[in-house]
Design a protein around this ligand. Sequence first.
Ligand code: GLP
Length: 262
Amino acid sequence: MAEVVIVGTPAEAGGIAAEFIARLVARKPDAVLGLATGSTPLPVWTALAERAKDPARPLDLERVRGFALDEYLGLPAGHSQSYRAVIDREVVEPLGLDPALVHVPGDDGGPVEGAGERYEAAIAAAGGVDLQVLGIGRTGHIGFNEPGSSLASRTRVKTLTEQTRADNARFFPTPGEVPTHCLTQGLGTILDARHLVLLAFGEAKAPAIAGAVEGPVSASLPGSAIQLHPQVTVIVDEAAASGLAYRDYYRFAWDNRLAFER
Ligand code: GLP
């Protein structure tokens, strides 16, 4: 079962996830982070940037490497909503990462055909992802693995659902400008990361979180693939946790974790 942490605010969630990352980087200065876009991970990057500036607890992120989960297809190079641009703006710059060490699917200059295999090879050459930050879409997708994605899938081209395109339309001048296709790490790729940290906030995410954490493992709710992973931390606010049957137990387990788990 995933470790589920129910917090009061997104900022609190960001602080917990940032501390996981800080501890990892202290142990492994060239750690490989799996980077997610969307609104949900923003408090993580904010907390980590603040933590990196804390003179009392030095944290050097200069050698940290990164692999983004996904990227739209069909946007002009340099488009402000391409995930390359989003990752640069929201993660690389505030954290002071080296942009040359941060990769997004399809940004190697090669053709779309074979981009998935090349991305997989790059992750493998880096030694795999140490900690993968994840959000979850209302369709239950992680990365852009929409319902029906194989639990064993690898990085590949996917077609977005109308729901996901509508949800992401807020980032584009008109809904029609949301791309229809993307490149995304597969569920099998994500499950290869050594630690998964999935965050979700707000009532709209409650059904997806309930299905991902407690529902049957099914390609119909791709986030449920996390149940196959041995080290998962799910950090949610009260609203996103509201559909969880065992939320009292999760609270009890977190409040009573043993000294070595803190
Ligand atoms: C997009 C991304 C996902 C993200 C999801 C939820 O579809 N590809 O990685 O988890 O949006 O976004 P938000 O966190 O903004 O709700």
